[in-house]
Design a protein around this ligand. Structure first.
Ligand code: SAH
Length: 223
């Protein structure tokens, strides 16, 4: 069975490759030990088409089908680090918008208590679920839905991470943050600015991190 194949690929010879990738990211400025450990532990090769497996531990984005991409490991690590914040608090409930391959989801599941993840393309969600099961990660709930709406019934969240470029900041996501919670989101059309938006009561403050390039956070219809 294919899911067994993923399972055996997951436990295959990726450990050293993951460790080397973590070392590379450390050299590029990622310092949070939990994030680096999660990168070292994760078999990125199972999240991409087998034909690209030889590039799995390169620090690049790669196509995953349906016109979508698995994000560059550096940006996955950077966003995970921003999400944890300076205190490195891992006891939290996280919402991810744009499950895609599920690789970022797998990192989040290793550094926080509970991850909720929303994806609009059913076929990608299905494949991601198989990979996450193969990694024996069970603190993840997934939903086929529109990320612009967040996930109302599971809100509020300690942090929300959006892994697609949003033309504007979705109001629903701001509403679904706890007081003191933060939204990590790339905002813009072709290229975006990665922003951290922090909630204080009914006020929101914004910090700009760096220029990034994601596939768009598509409005509306599900596939
Ligand atoms: N973190 C993922 C990134 C995938 S690319 C990874 O590293 O694999 C961004 C994903 O966002 C795509 O899978 C795309 O289908 C999804 N997406 C785009 N618009 C969306 C929306 N409105 N709601 C939910 N998911 C969306």
């Amino acid at each position: 069975m294919r899911s067994n194949t993923i399972k055996s690929r997951a436990s295959g010879k990726s450990k050293r490759s993951g460790e080397l990738l973590a070392q590379k990211l450390h050299a590029e400025g990622i310092t949070n030990p939990q994030v680096l450990q999660a990168i070292a532990n994760s078999p990125r090769h199972i999240f991409i088409p087998e034909i690209l497996a030889h590039k799995a531990y390169d620090n690049t984005a790669l196509p995953i089908g349906q016109g979508q991409t698995i994000s560059q490991p550096y940006i996955v690590a950077k966003m995970s680090e921003l999400l944890l914040g300076k205190e490195g608090d891992s006891s939290s409930s996280i919402l991810e918008i744009g499950t895609g391959s599920g690789y970022q989801t797998s990192i989040l599941a290793q550094i926080t208590d509970k991850v909720y993840s929303v994806e609009r393309i059913k076929a990608l969600q299905f494949q991601a679920k198989r990979c996450l099961r193969a990694m024996d990660l069970h603190n993840i709930s997934m939903k086929h839905g529109d990320g612009w709406q967040g996930w109302v019934s599971k809100a509020p969240f300690d942090a929300i991470i959006v892994t697609a470029g949003a033309a504007s900041v979705p109001q629903a996501l701001l509403d679904q943050l706890v007081d003191g919670g933060r939204l990590i989101i790339p905002v813009g059309e072709q290229t975006q600015i990665l922003k951290i938006i922090t909630r204080k009561g009914d006020n929101y403050s914004e910090q700009q991190v760096e220029a990034v390039r994601f596939v768009p956070l598509v409005p509306g219809d599900l596939l």
